[in-house]
Write a protein that binds this ligand. Structure first.
Ligand code: PLP
Length: 418
């Protein structure tokens, strides 16, 4: 029963160093967050020891009486949170939720149509090296070249031409809300099922600060670890008529034993996501993104070729457009890293630079909002980013400003180690 620091000092050092990194820098990767201590406790627990193939009350293993309680709580809470008739909380990840959802809805060779990867879609929406691109015929719609937004009339035209079996709404990098009613009506018109992947914006939906795709969609998938701030994992929501197909598609279709420690963490995360504190936090997520977008559309950065796709945001992320800047996405990511801000470079639609370099940055506010940041702190973050993206930034001075912010908002206070 020796502790990690004795059994494996090398891995203990990784945990210590990573905790230090998370504490001492500003985490602005749009798909990341800080799971609360309560969720980490559930995840790092004896529930990892338990095999529980099957579903609550119908397991293929004995001794499932307590893990059944956890899974039922997770199911009931996530259904209530999103107003869903059915939930499966077993997917190990967002990608696995998506694989299970597609295999329940269609058969290999059928056609899917989602937002192109180059315009902000996800790998699992039809990328050729992914299962989705290998198993299914793929068509894609894209954003408009002048506005960088979806034009639903054009999506409709393309859907009428392509006749997909599944129309996909959802994205990994798009700074605006989707029109789910329009997606529904297009799906109905072309005889497609509508699958929404709300992995990125699920936390905003849970808080009621973003439209809910559940009433419009046949199936909705999500991750639990992005804006939702839970353990790394996935979930599927649907109308009741899909229950049997989806359950059998997850187990035994895609997975074996569910990760009961993660499912317990999901239950806790869903409970927190229903709280007034969570709602208030998502409002700060949106406010922070708006503040940063506004700062990065200022004339002083425009002069150096820095702007924001679509001119702003109404979600938790900002897409910085560097096509006219001498900095490419890689260089911009590196300079922000040097001042203590972690972001990821991201191709912009119609990007002239290669995918490993890119002409964009994706900057997200969920993790910093979880850390407690509000309008004043996001204003300061916007100033730091704007200064870093101009020529010859004073890296040491900007790093000191980042350190001041991290010191004012301690992460996991009181926690000596993990
Ligand atoms: N769906 C979308 C829209 C995503 O952005 C992501 C993750 O980036 C996923 C699915 C996949 O989630 P995971 O990384 O848990 O497999």
């Amino acid at each position: 029963n020796a502790p990690l620091s004795e059994v494996d000092p090398e891995i203990a050092a990784v945990l210590r160093d990573e905790l230090g990194r998370q504490r001492d820098t500003l985490e602005m990767i749009a798909s990341e967050n800080f799971a609360p201590r309560a969720v980490l406790e559930a995840q790092g627990s004896v529930l990892t020891n338990k095999y529980a193939e099957g579903y609550p009350g119908r397991r293929y293993y004995g001794g499932c009486e307590y893990v059944d309680v956890a899974e039922n709580l997770a199911i009931d809470r996530v259904k209530a949170l999103f107003g869903a008739e059915f939930a499966n909380v077993q997917p190990h990840s967002g990608a696995q939720a998506n694989a299970a959802a597609l295999s329940a809805m269609i058969k290999p060779g059928d056609k899917i149509m989602g937002l192109s990867l180059a315009h902000g879609g996800h790998l699992t929406h039809g990328m050729k090296l992914n299962f989705s691109g290998k198993l299914y015929a793929v068509a894609a719609y894209g954003v408009e070249e002048d506005t960088h937004r979806l034009d639903m009339d054009r999506v409709r035209e393309q859907a009428l031409a392509e006749r997909p079996d599944v129309l996909i709404a959802g994205w990994s990098a798009y700074p605006r809300q989707l029109d789910f009613a329009a997606f529904r009506s297009i799906a109905d018109e072309v005889g497609a099922l509508l699958w929404t992947d709300m992995a990125h914006f699920a936390g905003l939906v849970a808080a009621g600060v973003h439209p809910n795709p559940v009433p419009h969609s046949d199936v909705v998938t999500s991750t639990v670890h992005k804006t939702l701030a839970g353990p790394r994992s996935g979930v599927i929501l649907a109308k009741q008529e899909w229950a049997k197909k989806l359950n059998s598609s997850v187990f035994p279709g895609q997975q074996g034993g569910p990760l009961m420690h993660v499912i317990a963490g999901k239950a806790t995360a869903f409970r927190i996501a229903g709280s007034a504190e969570f709602r208030e936090r998502q409002e700060r997520v949106l406010e922070g993104a708006r503040i940063i977008a506004e700062r990065l559309t200022g004339p002083d950065v425009a002069e150096h070729g820095v702007s924001v796709l679509t001119g702003g945001t109404d979600v938790h992320l900002v897409l910085v457009d560097l096509r006219n800047s001498s900095l490419d996405g890689q260089q911009a990511e590196d300079v922000l890293h040097s001042v203590g801000i972690t972001v990821n470079r991201n191709a912009v639609p119609f990007d002239p630079r290669p995918p490993m370099v890119t002409s964009g940055l994706r900057i997200g506010t969920p993790a910093l909002a979880t850390r407690g940041f509000g309008a004043a702190e996001f204003t300061e973050v916007g100033e730091i980013i704007a200064a870093a993206l101009k020529p010859a930034p004073d890296v040491d001075a900007l790093r000191a400003r980042v350190t001041a912010l991290t010191a004012d908002f301690p992460l996991y206070p009181g926690q000596e180690e993990w």
